[in-house]
Design a protein. Structure first.
Length: 253
């Protein structure tokens, strides 16, 4: 029994990388049939959701969803626990996520992310943040959704930390809905914090049979006041995170 966990984790990692490799090859083939960049990205986003749905049972993810899944496009936001968050949120929703610049350099995964419309940002660079807002604006103005984690970093706090305001000002200006989503993991070790690197953390997280996750779709918010968008969505997410921990009897952790 002692060796089952590590063997399971390694097997899952190998399967994960194999599926990602096959997916990347498929994207290259698809790109031959679509000349416009917009069509390539649209196909890439749809295919990405399909692959995410294939990966979830392989990785042992058990997700409990609450609320009504939004159908309108907009600015999708959530709290931030792990690099796995986008795979959870985008299991059902079609969107271009905003991710940290470091992921772009990850072997294979970075290539797939770029090909499927992920927008990368270096949060330490003002120039990069401005370019990211410009790219996000273009996606939203074309009627597609963007997914961001406005906390900007992962952590273990029971509720959200301060939100970065950029996306909220853009949503207020464009008059598009902010769609809050709360996400949390039963096992706190699943959070990706500190100096953890991808492969060691992956092996630790997915050595267990099940990774239990709760997700709440909260009410979309429309306002021309960015501060209201930020405070209301933050409050909604915080309330759900507290409820999750009560459900799991983790309220004191």
């Amino acid at each position: 029994m002692i060796v089952i966990g590590p063997v399971l984790a390694v097997a899952r990692l190998l399967l994960f990388m194999l599926i990602v490799l096959i997916f990347f090859c498929l994207l290259l083939v698809v790109s031959l049939f679509y000349k416009s960049t917009e069509k390539k990205l649209e196909r890439g986003i749809v295919l990405r959701r399909f692959v995410i749905r294939v990966l979830h049972p392989i990785l042992g993810a058990k997700i409990t969803f609450y609320g009504k899944e939004p159908v309108a496009s907009g600015l999708i936001i959530s709290n931030h626990r792990s690099y796995f968050d986008p795979m959870v949120v985008l299991k059902n929703m079609l969107a271009s996520p905003v991710g940290k610049k470091e992921v772009e350099s990850w072997p294979l995964i970075g290539n797939v992310c770029k090909t499927t419309g992920v927008i990368f940002v270096n949060r330490e660079s003002q120039l990069s943040r401005k370019k990211t807002l410009k790219d996000v604006r273009m996606v939203l103005e074309n009627g597609f959704s963007i997914y961001i984690a406005p906390e900007g970093t992962t952590h273990l706090e029971p509720t959200t930390i301060a939100f970065k305001p950029g996306g909220f000002f853009l949503a207020a200006e464009l008059g598009i809905p902010v769609i809050p989503i709360a996400i949390d993991y039963k096992n706190m070790d699943d959070a990706w914090i500190g100096n953890a690197t991808f492969i060691p953390h992956f092996l630790k997280c997915f050595s267990k049979w099940r990774t239990e996750i709760k997700v709440s779709y909260l009410n979309p918010i429309v306002s021309d006041n960015a501060e209201d968008l930020m405070s209301i969505s933050k409050k909604q997410i915080d309330q759900e995170l507290v409820r999750f921990r009560k459900d799991w009897n983790l309220i004191d952790q």
